[in-house]
Ligand binder design. Sequence first.
Ligand SMILES: *Cc1c(COP(=O)(O)O)cnc(C)c1O
Ligand code: SF4
Length: 335
Amino acid sequence: MVARTQQRWQTPSWKQALAAAFTDPIALLQALELSPTKLSAPIQPSPRFPLLVPRGFAALMRRGDPNDPLLRQVLPLAAEARPATGFVLDPVGDANARLAPGLLQKYQGRALLIATGACALHCRYCFRRHFPYADAGARSDRFNAAIAALEQAPDIEEVILSGGDPLMLDDTALAALITRLDDLPQLKRLRLHTRLPSILPSRITDRLCAILSGSRLQVVIVVHINHPAELGRDACLALLSLAELGAPLLNQSVLLRGVNDEVATLAQLSDALIATRVLPYYLHLLDPVSGAAHFDVPEVEARALVTQLRQRLPGYLVPRLVREQPGEPSKTVLL
Ligand SMILES: *Cc1c(COP(=O)(O)O)cnc(C)c1O
Ligand code: SF4
């Protein structure tokens, strides 16, 4: 009994892991035995969207490799500051899709709730890197407006918890939010868009699984994994415990120059995903967010990659190639 009481007061291990994450590019490079002068492109700290990398994720990077595909996703480069034509602050039209503070609706029957602005990893290509989370109601005390709007929207059958990363909410806040969604009679499904199962696997606790399986809603979990090396042992175990819940597990990736723009990499990713019971869902063309132009893969090249992938893999292991076009009634499926 003593042990259990003590445990209750301990900071959960995922919060400890988060507190210990790398925030300094130089410290991360040192851990990888890389010198800033050996990099192929110069780094540049980015105070408004700083580096953030949990140590467990950094441990999956290859030491001494300046072109490591995981490192490339997180390292702030000077190239981010270069303006590029067509690359803008709000590339997907979020500002025009606001139903209430913290609630976006673009597509029929589905609304996206910004559960928090926080993430455990800062992806340099993030399409919401300039999103005004504070105005949008990223704080939990502002869910009232979003819930009130959902109460007035009888046609919404699915709420997508997004962000940021919704699993950055702690168990108490998440359970409270899910209880409020459970009470909305028109809802059928609760979808989570999260990167944490692979980025911060310790977040997938028994308690979290109990909260998710306690909802009356059909839970669907969409993870975000871009490269097979992101699936370390802990990530696989976390995904398998989510699979135990019986919730469908899907993956979305972003096609990124220098990360996953080769057919062999994409094929390995699909292989690794299905081994942890995750099906490929979407392969997104990069949203043209300012600061991310160096990740862009042109559409013709993307189509060629997916065509080759289809020749190599069973159909269910080929993600749909999509792009988000502001104002369209769905994601645009290219292939
Ligand atoms: C991408 C997105 C969805 C989900 O689209 P699906 O095609 O159902 O996966 C829902 N709402 C918003 C605002 C989105 O950007
Ligand atoms: S986890 Fe998702 S929301 Fe967070 S920085 Fe990465 S892409 Fe953006």
